[in-house]
Ligand binder design. Structure first.
Ligand code: MG
Ligand code: ZN
Length: 219
């Protein structure tokens, strides 16, 4: 009983800070996405490919969330975009407060798009609003097509599903249509992309879709 109360208080506090973040993003005209997935789905690889495609078209900044190490931030920094690493030291999700702290370390003037790469975890990031415009859930073909059924909250709260590593489909016991069907049953409003960071397929479609939302150069 008391556990439930504490959890609710934590989430209420988080929602308030997320609201502050969102207000700031809207005021400054920054489109913010929260990338969520299980570990190993290829979030950072997808981000690299996306940055490659958006290079020169739009100003992007990145917040990297990881349990340990700044390896992902180092990968992203190679693309010449401002990046701040949040190390959660074991924490399994990002919170609005951590994002607020990271924002204090960034120069966001003129930024069109802020990408927040969450900690690899399909459970609690679903419940923690960071102030983003939308959650983007990435599910890779190596994870099985029943993911949406096992983690419905995440698929319900996301606006976009990216099915990554589609190049591996011929080698896997994985049904792409089944994943799509399962996801759309939980959230019929999901926009779905299919990508491969190895062959590059789908990267253009996804990046152009994102570019249209982030309104490059118009603000
Ligand atoms: Mg990563
Ligand atoms: Zn967590």
């Amino acid at each position: 009983m008391s556990v439930i109360t504490i959890e609710r208080k934590v989430l209420e506090k988080n929602d308030e800070l997320a609201r502050q973040n969102r207000e700031l993003f809207e005021r400054d005209g920054i489109f913010v996405i929260n990338l969520v997935s299980s570990p190993g789905s290829g979030k950072t690889s997808l981000l690299e490919k996306t940055l490659e495609h958006l290079n020169g078209k739009i100003r992007v900044a990145v917040i990297e969330g990881d349990v340990q190490t700044d390896l992902d931030a180092q990968r992203v920094a190679k693309f010449g975009v401002p990046v701040v690493q949040i190390v959660t030291n074991g924490g399994c999700h990002l919170e609005a407060r951590l994002v607020q702290d990271a924002l204090g370390k960034m120069e966001l003037e003129g930024t069109d798009l802020l990408v927040i790469e969450n900690v690899g975890n399909l459970v609690c990031p679903a419940g923690y609003d960071l102030g983003e415009a939308m959650k983007i859930v990435i599910a890779s073909t190596t994870e099985g097509d029943d993911k949406p059924l096992k983690y419905p909250a995440m698929f319900r709260n996301a606006s976009v599903l990216i099915i990554n590593k589609v190049d591996l489909v011929p080698y896997l016991n994985f049904n792409l249509d089944e994943l799509r069907k399962n996801a759309l049953r939980i959230n019929p409003n999901l926009t779905v992309f299919e990508t491969s960071c190895t062959t590059g397929s789908g990267i253009r479609e996804w990046s152009e879709w994102l570019l249209a939302r982030a309104g490059g150069g118009n603000n």
